[in-house]
Design a protein around this ligand. Structure first.
Ligand code: 1BN
Ligand code: ZN
Length: 380
């Protein structure tokens, strides 16, 4: 009789403690993400979000002013110099990763990934990335399919958001508990689609593959760790609705989509996003074991229908969606990488709740066993 009571008591204790800790975890995370002022605008702890969508839009315009950013052209070369100059304003160090691509019986193309590093004294690295080249053909257009596209959304939008994010995160540098890489990847958009190559024989995401093949040249893998890779690709069209790409890390997805929703952007970051598999720059980083997310849209059946057409131009960019993307990534960094704050997007295999619960269960079982043995000895 006594034995049964103790077992019941023990399991009830465990259950109550489990509920308390689960609630504590959820309340703690939600409350730290959703403070709002009397006008209802969302603030992240005391830090207002500073991302300026007009600046991001202007960066898109500047890139398009260079012309088509197709590898091998002077417009491409000039734009690479501009990206270098822009990112260098905000970061501690800028590195040019020059590489060449040569396919069978063809001339060699000079390409360049551009890496801006902010807060280099930290050993944990977050990569924010976008491709900066634009496609050499418009295979999905009805006209002039063999001519290059402006790539306002497909290419320039991600770059514009990243340069503005660099400005904003530089202002936050003294509170930043990670190193941020702003990575501008070349040669993403020249692969094969609709019966046409961008450049003959090229694969998608050649720049990302070249970068990951040589990634040890860019950091000290003995001492530093790359915690995640966040790709922005086509983030500036109207009706923005991000998909959940199949390689996306689940914790990273929950953290970023959760923040987007808390900021009021549930259309762009839906509760039940479309699930798709897309070949993009994140694939190369996933292949070397880095948790990735591809923030991109359904460019096959979604509402933004200008993918790989001449209409991927400034008139089909929606500045509001640059803000939605930029603010959400700013919020992600300020939430999970603020100095002195131990919020983690990646709970890993053992969550805090799991560890605390295990210790409690262990202690209770030990007490119960000792008690049980003592009672037994006294009886005998
Ligand atoms: C994604 C965005 N891609 C190019 N720009 C890769 C891709 C395009 C993959 C078409 C499959 C089809
Ligand atoms: Zn593309």
């Amino acid at each position: 009789m006594i034995k049964i009571n103790k077992v019941v008591l023990l399991s009830r204790c465990v259950l109550v403690l489990f509920l308390i800790f689960s609630l504590y975890d959820n309340l703690f995370i939600v409350s730290s993400l959703t403070p709002s002022d009397s006008n209802g605008s969302v603030y992240l702890q005391e830090n207002a979000l500073l991302f300026n969508e007009t600046a991001a839009y202007n960066h898109i315009e500047s890139q398009l002013d260079f012309g088509f950013r197709v590898p091998g052209t002077s417009d491409h070369f000039n734009c690479s110099k501009w990206i270098n100059d822009q990112i260098s304003i905000h970061v501690d160090e800028t590195i040019q990763h020059n590489f060449t691509i040569q396919k069978e019986n063809q001339s060699s193309y000079s390409c360049q990934n551009i890496l801006g590093k902010l807060n280099t004294e930290k050993d944990n690295i977050v990569i924010l990335a976008s491709h900066w080249d634009s496609r050499n053909v418009a295979e999905k257009d009805y006209f002039n399919q063999s001519l290059p596209i402006p790539g306002a959304n497909d290419g320039a939008s991600g770059v514009g958001v990243l340069i503005e994010l660099a400005r904003v995160l530089k202002l936050y540098q003294e509170y930043l508990d990670c190193e941020v890489w702003f990575l501008f990847l070349d040669a993403e958009d020249q692969g094969y689609s609709g019966g046409m190559y961008g450049l003959e024989g090229w694969n998608w995401a050649e720049g990302a593959m070249n970068f990951t093949e040589n990634i040890d040249d860019f950091y000290n893998s003995q001492q530093e760790e790359i915690e995640c890779f966040i790709l922005l690709d086509m983030v500036g069209g109207f009706d923005l609705e991000f998909i959940q790409e199949s390689r996306t890390n689940n914790d990273l997805h929950k953290a970023i989509f959760g923040l987007g929703q808390n900021l009021g952007y549930s259309v762009a970051f839906p509760e039940n996003p479309k699930k798709m598999s897309i070949t993009d720059d994140h694939v190369a980083f996933d292949e070397i074991g880095i948790p990735v997310i591809d923030l991109t849209i359904d460019f096959i059946a979604g509402n933004w229908t200008f993918h790989h057409t001449h209409s991927d131009n400034l008139s089909n960019i929606d500045t509001k969606n640059l803000k939605i993307t930029g603010q959400t990534i700013e919020a992600f960094i300020k939430t999970y990488y603020a100095e002195g704050d131990n919020l983690q997007w990646n709970e890993g295999f053992f969550s805090n709740t799991f560890i605390v619960m295990s210790v409690i269960v262990f202690v209770l079982v030990a007490v119960f066993t000792v008690n049980f043995l003592r009672t037994k000895r006294r009886k005998s």
